[in-house]
Design a protein around this ligand. Structure first.
Ligand code: 8YV
Length: 338
C-alpha cells in the first residue's frame, strides 16, 4: 500500500465496530473517542488540530473548532441530517461533507408510524393505566382513541423518508395520501394515488400530519401558530424531522386548548427534552427520545456508510454519499491523494 495512505489523521467520535475501526486504521492514524466527556475534551481538541478527517454522529463542529482544525478536509457525519454542521464555513473552506441517506429511510419511517399508531390509539397513555394499576374497569369513551386506517395522511416533505411513511399509510392502512414537495412526485401519485397540496390545504385536510422535511432556513418554525390554526381539531401532528421545524410554544398552546387533538414527537427544539417541558407530561402527547434511526441494524449501516464515505474520500475512489460533492470535484488534493 502507498505510504501516503497511512498518514491520514482521522478523528472518530461515536462508537464504531472493531472492523470499522480496523478499516479506518488501514488508511491512517485514528484518534478514537467513543464519547466526548469533560475528561477527554482536551485530547479531542488536540487531535482535531492534526485531523485530516472527522467521522462521528452528532458532531460538535462549530466555527471555533473548525478554526482549530486547520488541516481538516473531510467530515463524515453518521446521520442523514447535516443541520448541526456549519455548512457555509465548511463550503468556504472546501471541506467535503458526507452523510448517510437511504440506509435509515425505512427505519425512520417505522418510527414515524409507531408514533402515528401510538398517538391515534393513545397507546402510551392507556398502557400506563395498566402499568400504574389504574385499569380497574372496562374502558369507556373517555379512553377511546381514533382510527388510523382510512384516515387521510398528510406528508409534509415527501422526500425519501416522507415517501416511505406514505407507503406505509397507503398500502398498510388504506390511508389517502396528501403531500407537499418542491416538485410533483409522479411515482408517489401513480403508486399510491398521492395528491400534492400546498401546506395550508394539506394541514386543513389531513387527519394525521407527518413532518419529514430537512431543517434549514425556510423550514424553521414551518409549523407555527398560523399553520396549526389550519389543522382539524381532530388531527394529530407527528414530527420525526427536526424539533425546530415546529414552534414548540405554539404547539403546546394548540394542544392545551384542543386546537389539535394530539402530537407524536421524536424531535424537539432542545434535545434531550428538558424534564420540565410540558410536552413530557401531556396526556395527548407521545414523546420519544430522538430514536428515529435507533435500531441495531440501521445504526450499524449508517456507521458503515460513513466509514465507506470517509475511506472513499481519502483514498481517491470518491465518497458514496456526499452533501457537497462539488468540493470533491474541486479539491485535487483529495481526488489525487493516492
Ligand atoms: C440520528 C438523525 O439519530 O440521521 C439523522 O439525521 O436525525 C438520526 O438518524 C442522529 O443524527 C444521530 O446521529
Amino acid at each position: 500500500m502507498d505510504e501516503s495512505f497511512r498518514n491520514w489523521r482521522i478523528v472518530a467520535v461515536r462508537r464504531l465496530s472493531e472492523e470499522q475501526l480496523r478499516a479506518l486504521s488501514a488508511i491512517g492514524h485514528v484518534d478514537y473517542f467513543e464519547d466526548l466527556t469533560d475528561d477527554n475534551r482536551g485530547d479531542f481538541h488536540a487531535a482535531m488540530q492534526q485531523a485530516d478527517a472527522l467521522i462521528g454522529g452528532k458532531l460538535e463542529l462549530d466555527e471555533n473548532l473548525l478554526a482549530e482544525a486547520s488541516r481538516l478536509q473531510v467530515v463524515s457525519t453518521i446521520s442523514v441530517g447535516y443541520d448541526h454542521l456549519p455548512m457555509a464555513a465548511l463550503n468556504r473552506r472546501g471541506i467535503l461533507v458526507c452523510h448517510t441517506p437511504d440506509v435509515l429511510t425505512e427505519t425512520t419511517a417505522d418510527t414515524a408510524f409507531a408514533l402515528v399508531m401510538a398517538t391515534q390509539r393513545r397507546v402510551v397513555e392507556l398502557a400506563n393505566l395498566v402499568r400504574e394499576g389504574r385499569w380497574t374497569a372496562h374502558l369507556g369513551r373517555e379512553h377511546f382513541g381514533v382510527d388510523v386506517h382510512g384516515k387521510t395522511l398528510g406528508i409534509v416533505g415527501a422526500g425519501r423518508i416522507g415517501a416511505a411513511i406514505a407507503r406505509r399509510g397507503a398500502l398498510g392502512f388504506n390511508m389517502p395520501i396528501l403531500y407537499t414537495a418542491g416538485s410533483p412526485k409522479p411515482a408517489l401519485e401513480r403508486e399510491l394515488g398521492a395528491q400534492r397540496r400546498d401546506l395550508a390545504t394539506l394541514l386543513a385536510e389531513a387527519d394525521v400530519v407527518c413532518l419529514s422535511v430537512p431543517y434549514q432556513a425556510d423550514t424553521h418554525h414551518l409549523i407555527d401558530a398560523e399553520a396549526l390554526s389550519h389543522m382539524k381539531a381532530s388531527a394529530s401532528l407527528i414530527n420525526v424531522a427536526r424539533g425546530k421545524v415546529v414552534d414548540e410554544a405554539a404547539l403546546i398552546a394548540a394542544l392545551r386548548r384542543g386546537q389539535i387533538r394530539a402530537a407524536g414527537l421524536d424531535v424537539f427544539e432542545e434535545e434531550p427534552l428538558p424534564a420540565i417541558s410540558p410536552l413530557a407530561a401531556m396526556d395527548n402527547v407521545v414523546t420519544t427520545p430522538h430514536m428515529g434511526s435507533a435500531t441495531h441494524e440501521t445504526r450499524e449501516a449508517m456507521a458503515q456508510l460513513a466509514v465507506d464515505n470517509l475511506i472513499g474520500a481519502l483514498t481517491g475512489d470518491g465518497p458514496l454519499t456526499a452533501v457537497n460533492r462539488d468540493v470533491w470535484q474541486r479539491v485535487p488534493l483529495l481526488r489525487e491523494a493516492h
